[in-house]
Each structure stands twice: as C-alpha cells, then as structure tokens.
Design a protein around this ligand. Structure first.
Ligand SMILES: [Zn+2]
Ligand SMILES: [Zn+2]
Length: 370
C-alpha cells in the first residue's frame, strides 16, 4: 500500500511508504492481493475460515475476520466496522461456512481500531458472545469514544508542539471524529494479557502482546497448526502506521520494534493478517519491517544534519509515496505522528534531542554528529 491507499481507516494506520516493488512469490497465495477482485470466503484449514468484511470508503477495502469452528459454535477473530454492510457481510459469510451469527461464542479483538472492534458489540448483541481485548486497549475506550473532548484538547496541544500551521489545527484535531459513529464503544467481557489462552475449545491459541500499532495490540499463535494471526502488527505489504499521539505511550516505535522481535521465536507455517492476504514467510517480513524503520531513522537523521527543525517540517521533508501537499486530513496527521515516533525513538537512543515549546525543536546530539 502506498500513501494513496494507506491503512488509514480511523485511527492512525500504515505509513505512507511504498510497498516492496515485487511481491514475493508466496504472497500470490492465500487471500486475494490488494489489487485483485474482492476476495471471497476462504477455507484456511479444516474448521478455520476467513471472511472479508468490507470497510466503508477505505482503500484497504476489507478486514479479514477469521472463524474458528468448535463444538460449541464459532469463535471470531476481529469483527469489522459497525455498519449494516459489514454486519450483513459477516452474517452471510458465516452462513456460507455453515454457522449462524447468533451462535457466535466469542470475539477476540486484536486491537481497538474501529475496523477490528467497531462491530463486536453488535455481534455480542446478536449472540451473547464474549468480547476480548488486551487491557491496554480496553483502557483507551473511555477517552477515545465516550468523552473525547479531553483527548481532542490533548491532540490539539500535540499538534501545536509538532508545528502544525494554525489553519490546519482544527481540521486535523478533528480528523478522526467522522469514524466515531462506526464504533460501538462496548466494554470487553474478557481481558487477555500476554500469554493468555482464550477459551476456544479444540484450538490451541495463545495471545501475544505486541504493542506499537496500538498499545494493546495482540497477535495470536495457534500452536497445533503453527499459524500466526498477526492482526495489523505484521501485514504482507503495508507498513503499519506507528503513530505518536496522546494515547500511544512514551515510545510507540520502540515498542513496535520490540514487538517484531517478539515474534521471531515462533515456528510459523502461515501468517493470517487482518488485511490484505495470507503469506508464509513471517521471518523475512519481520526483517523487511525492521529495515523499513532503519531507513526511516537514517532519513530523519539526514534531515536534521541540515539543522534543527520541528516535526511538521521534518515530516514534510521525508519521502512519501505522493507529494506532501497531496497528503491531507487524517493521513497528514498520521504522517506527522509517524515522524514524531521516529524522532522520539531516536531521542531515547540519545541521537536526537528536543527543545520543548510550540513548536518543539528537534536537533542532533553530539553523539550523532559523527
Ligand atoms: Zn489498526
Ligand atoms: Zn486494521
């Protein structure tokens, strides 16, 4: 995905860097590639299905909901946006695999972004299923969806520190608001910590806490079949956006890079991501993602060699897959947030420092001078 089709559905998604030019051969397998026709319901393994649930007005087009069949009924991983279209697509997808939405027993949500979590409440209403989240994401629901005014003020303050021009402040501050109706801000019934084993009879699932893209992002490993359900943490082509915003923690990119390393020890036959398509070489993809961020760090340092600057200007001087002037609204906020994530990680490593203010000014330390 390029920035023209970024993973920007609601809450700060993929970076605007272009994908690797030639997809590896194994990526042609599994669910449809992004530029192919809308995929259908697919059988992943016996008793395990993927259902593409459409996203409204979004270049990612769908979230892949995985269905685990059990004697008790189906369990889902992720849900979709809270729209009628999404609900009916999920409903008919479940019918296609011989299940009924009213029989759903549990919904394991990988993270709180609206395309994953928005529809979970409606599924619970229809079926009585439990909903699970990691506690770090469950904690964000109130500020984000119930009473966003305080969060919006903190966003505005962050934008001023980043150096956003006055005329862009208000639109950017409110850039995420249009998605609010598409989320049913329900509370989860089950909190899954790192290492937790969700109760899905007959399946050997373990939650792996992988903060970065979202503070409470979870991947799930199915040990029996050696499958990694990677949510938005690892996607075959898109680089997930690692935003720096008031709910993101002190060093989201540092968290993200550590979360990539956290998946290294697993033997994985196939990765089941929440968008795009399934793929089989997890370890090569982890290295590509690390390399992407190494390149970004180098780019930021090169910009700062020309002198101190604020985050807004730094972002505007970074390479994106379309001109800066064409990156607007939520995507622009995500792009600047992405620049700050890199700056913040470099600051923690002692390579850059920041002089607080509105805007805050970033510069290289002596350590980086050489
Ligand atoms: Zn996401
Ligand atoms: Zn997503």
């Amino acid at each position: 995905m390029t920035s023209t089709s970024r993973h920007d559905h609601g809450h700060s998604h993929a970076s605007a860097t272009p994908p690797a030019p030639v997809p590896r051969a194994q990526r042609a397998r599994g669910a449809a590639a992004a530029d192919e026709p809308f995929p259908g319901v697919e059988k992943v393994r016996d008793g395990l299905w993927s259902i593409p649930v459409p996203l409204p007005n979004n270049s990612l087009r769908y979230v892949l909901v995985y269905v685990f069949e059990t004697d008790r009924g189906p369990y889902l991983m992720d849900a979709g946006w809270n729209t009628d279209d999404a609900f009916s697509a999920l409903k008919s997808g479940l019918e296609e695999v011989g299940c009924d939405v009213t029989d759903v027993q549990g919904v394991m949500v990988t993270h709180i972004h609206p395309d994953h979590y928005g529809l979970a409440g409606r599924i619970r209403e229809a079926s009585g299923a439990w909903i699970s989240l990691h506690p770090a994401d469950a904690e964000l629901i109130h500020d984000r969806y119930d009473e966003p005014d305080d969060l919006l003020e903190r966003v505005a303050q962050a934008l001023r520190r980043m150096g956003a021009p006055d005329e862009e402040l208000a639109p950017l501050q409110n850039a995420a608001m249009p998605v609010r109706p598409l989320v049913d801000p329900v509370r989860p019934d089950v909190l899954l910590e790192d290492g937790a084993r969700p109760e899905v009879p007959g399946w050997d699932l373990t939650a792996i806490w992988t903060p970065g893209h979202s503070p409470g992002h979870l991947c799930f490993y199915e040990a029996g079949l050696e499958l990694m359900l990677s949510g938005d943490h690892v996607l075959p082509r898109i680089t997930p956006n690692i935003p720096f915003h008031p709910q993101a923690g002190a060093n989201p990119l540092g968290d993200y890079l550590a979360s990539l390393d956290k998946l290294e020890p697993y033997d994985v036959r196939e990765v089941l991501p929440a968008h795009e398509y399934r793929f089989d070489d997890l370890h090569a993809r982890l290295e590509e993602l690390r390399q992407h961020h190494r390149d970004r760090f180098a780019e930021v340092v090169a910009i700062l060699r020309q002198g101190p600057d604020d985050a807004w200007d730094i972002a505007s001087r970074m390479k994106w897959s379309r001109p800066w002037d064409d990156i607007a609204g939520f995507m622009r906020r995500a792009a600047v947030g992405e620049a700050v994530s890199h700056l913040r990680a470099l600051e923690i490593d002692g390579i850059v420092r920041v002089e607080d203010g509105e805007p805050a000014l970033w510069s290289l330390t002596d350590q980086a001078a050489g």
